[in-house]
Design a protein. Sequence first.
Length: 262
Amino acid sequence: MTEEESLAQPVLVKPTKVAVLSLFPEMFEALSAWGISSRAISDGLLHLNCINPRDFTTDKHQTVDDRPYGGGPGMLMRVDPLVKAVEASLEWLVCSRDEAHIIYMSPQGQKFDAKGADQLTKRTNLIVICGRYEGVDERFIEEFVDEEWSIGDYVLSGGELPAMVVLDALIRKLPGALGDIQSAEQDSFEDGLLDCPHYTRPEVFRGREVPAVLLSGNHKRIRQWRLQQSLGRTLLRRPDLLDALELSQEQKALLDAFKNEI
Ligand code: 9D3
């Protein structure tokens, strides 16, 4: 038995239940079969159920798309299978409409970030709707959707990859999902700064040495160096992130020293 397994504690918090509505439910094996998200699911921190609107069609060809009123290129998702899939989701969640939080992954949504992930971790019953084609009928959104989320200003082929991005970010924040409690707090963006550079063996790689401070064993100096690297890289690469922060006296001093070095 590994150290991780022997130290594992049973979960004492109510698990997050997520129903995903998607025409391509198998895509979510990327979450359920691999890595931290897979472990969180098998540990019971998160219950994930993918529901396919196609299973709720009633015609011979299992039609899930239809033409837009007003004409134009492209198709929309038919409303009826979506509504039935939402109802099936509520049954699986064992909750009423008011007790569920329904989000729609959409290019028209709010930009998803660490704060959005934090908000979603507070929900216990989530329904995540993934669009395909050109999207869904606006009246379905008005009737069923609490929030629309985008993952950024670029065109993708559907809501599945964005939904997995959102769920992976959410899962990492669930208590117990990361082996080491500190890891969640050290994740980039949690303190508003970019991560510092990291090094592993060998000590010299193609003539490039590991920074001497990391070999010094002086943990106070190592912590300061890492913080200074985080501050400096954020200044150089993402000054917008620095603008949004109130720096401590120590952080100001380390950043000033970084500026003087460059
Ligand atoms: C190219 C078609 N577009 C203009 C006619 C509209 C459009 C419809 C459907 C564009 C993309 C999509 C599919 N995308 C998503 O469902 C999606 C998405 C995205 O494309 N980018 C960033 N976040 C998201 S969340 C859902």
